[in-house]
Write a new protein. Structure first.
Length: 218
């Protein structure tokens, strides 16, 4: 009798681990590259608006505008460092968050000092310049917030960058309200009140970001 043929199970195709890892890493690399492109855009927006607002703030003698211009510069530093730490791990993200929180705290102190000087001088700012520049800055920061919105939950680095942008939009709206208040009352008090409110917002955000940075696992 002929020997029975042993039925061998059909050969399974070999798993291509290299391809799967490549696909997985490709997704991560794609997300990282999207973050880099977005941060470059918002960095240049903030640098441009810093120059515009600091000049307008000096000309208009506005505490609110000067506060917002310094915030723009700080955000440019924040976005630049956020760009640097992308893909560098939790330790660098925590360092970046510490830097951002420190900058926010410094802004709060600087604005408080400007308020004291404004009270001493008693100068009423130019509401027309405040309102025009405030509207332009609000549009710029709203676009930045839109860019950052989809990445706000990616990691600590992107969350702190988004928090800075959110503060900018609130501060810009405050500048516009301050301009309206100055125009109506013909006194510097609305500008001073808004400047103090912006400083308080920066201080609270600084505490939040610094707390998250300290809690970030290595």
């Amino acid at each position: 009798m002929p020997a029975e043929r042993v039925q061998r199970p059909p050969r399974q195709p070999a798993l291509r681990h290299t391809g799967a890892m490549k696909d997985c890493c490709g997704i991560t690399a794609e997300l990282t590259e999207r973050q880099r492109r977005m941060l470059r855009v918002v960095l240049w927006i903030n640098l441009t608006m810093f120059v515009v607002e600091v000049v307008a703030g000096v000309v208009a003698q506005s505490t609110a505008l000067l506060a917002d211009s310094v915030d723009m510069l700080g955000d440019a530093v924040v976005y630049g460092f956020s760009l640097y730490v992308i893909g560098r791990g939790a330790v660098w993200q925590a360092r970046g968050a510490l830097l951002k929180g420190s900058i926010m705290a410094a802004f709060a102190a600087g604005i408080a000092l400007e308020v004291v000087l404004k009270l001493a001088r008693g100068v009423t700012p130019a509401s027309e310049i405040m309102s025009v520049v405030g509207v332009v800055a609000l549009g710029a920061n709203a676009s930045v917030l839109a860019f950052l919105w989809r990445h706000r939950s990616d990691d600590l680095n992107m969350r702190s960058a988004w928090l800075c942008s959110r503060n900018d939009v609130i501060a810009n709206a405050g500048v516009i309200l301050a301009a309206a208040g100055v125009a109506i009352t013909a006194t510097p008090w609305p500008d001073i009140v808004v400047g103090v409110a912006i400083a308080a917002l920066f201080a609270m955000s600084a505490v939040s970001v610094l707390r998250d940075a300290i809690r970030q696992p290595a």
